[in-house]
Ligand binder design. Structure first.
Ligand SMILES: [Zn+2]
Ligand SMILES: [Zn+2]
Length: 330
């Protein structure tokens, strides 16, 4: 799984940061999902290695413009590609159906691929290939959701060290044990495949808060996440602004990450005020105050890509070759 930030600013796009959009790429499946779709997201996609034809699902956290104004343009552009027929499902809060239907109808767009819009409510949803998406109610203005994506548990790895210890000669018999078969050696001893399989590997978990003030529903949703993306619109010195607009400060986001026991926190959705020259609190301040509470914190930037491994998070260069051996490991 690779997470790519396509937009990391709040409210309006700036030259440094586009508005909210995050891609989650399942490399082995050759598909990716998009979380939020602020204006200009399709251009950000063109600047990345993501392909619109491989986009499978879109999750909208809430209906503020900086999270949804790019949706229809992206869907329409995808339809102009002659070879794109794969369906897309868009998930989001009530009103998303009316929003998409109204624009598609009034602008007379006829998509060439099937589009479904599903209104979701807090709960767990089973997706293709055992993936679970959990939706929780965030604390923002209007109905807003946070989403967690959980990968299915994987069967444990074959323990050839145990097979060797048992005196089973390497070769085709190992293949049979791997498949869970029962084998018999020439000396009459019988072995069962399940005795040589390690414990199942838990699936990875990625969680995105959307816009929210600090809230317990997001803490619960994020429990044990490998990668936790939380908004940090403001520095803690601007707590009053955060409270007024139902957003979080960097320090508050770090507190949520600590409570939830996540592995890595990535902050996003920054107010442009921290990038202005001469700003009293800059981006470094946001990182500093968050790391005081939760050391494993990163700041998102547009096109930052993170590979979510079972044991660690790695930064990915845009030039990474994901077609060969590398793809199988992700
Ligand atoms: Zn926003
Ligand atoms: Zn918002």
């Amino acid at each position: 799984m690779i997470v790519t930030f396509l937009g990391t600013g709040s409210g309006v796009p700036t030259l440094q940061r586009n508005v909210s959009a995050i891609a989650l790429w399942f490399i082995q499946r050759g598909k990716w999902w998009l979380f939020d779709c602020g204006e200009g997201t399709q251009q950000q996609i063109m600047r990345s290695w993501l392909k619109l034809s491989q986009l499978e699902k879109i999750f909208i956290t809430h209906l503020h413009g900086d999270h949804v104004y790019g949706l229809i343009g992206l869907l329409a552009s995808r339809s102009l590609r002659s070879n794109v027929e794969a369906p897309i499902t868009v998930y989001g809060p009530p009103g998303l159906d009316r929003y998409t239907a109204a624009i598609l109808e009034t602008t007379r767009v006829h998509l060439r691929y099937p589009l479904s819009v599903e209104i979701v409510s807090p709960g767990r949803y089973e997706m293709e290939e055992g993936y679970i998406v959990e939706c929780a109610a965030a604390a923002h203005r209007g109905q807003a959701y946070a989403y967690a994506v959980e990968e299915p548990e994987r069967p444990g790895a074959f323990r050839d060290d145990l097979a060797r210890q048992a005196g089973i000669p390497p070769g085709p018999l190992y293949g049979k044990l791997k498949r869970g078969d029962t084998i018999q050696l020439e000396d009459g001893r019988v072995f069962h495949g399940e005795s040589f399989v390690g414990p199942p590997q838990r699936g990875r978990k990625v969680v995105y808060s959307g816009d929210t003030s600090p809230c317990q529903a997001v803490v619960q949703l994020a429990e044990g996440a490998d990668l936790f993306i939380h908004e940090a619109t403001y520095a803690h010195a601007d707590l009053a602004l955060a409270e007024r607009s139902a957003h979080s400060t960097a320090r508050q986001a770090a507190g949520i990450a600590r409570q939830a026991g996540v592995r890595t926190l990535v902050l996003t959705h920054f107010s442009s005020r921290y990038e202005k020259a001469g700003a009293e609190a800059g981006m470094a301040q946001l990182l500093k105050e968050a790391r005081e509470v939760f050391p494993d914190t990163l700041l998102a930037a547009d096109f930052l890509s993170l590979k979510v491994r079972r044991k660690r998070i790695e930064t990915v260069g845009q030039s990474l070759d994901l077609t060969g051996d590398e793809a199988g490991k992700v």
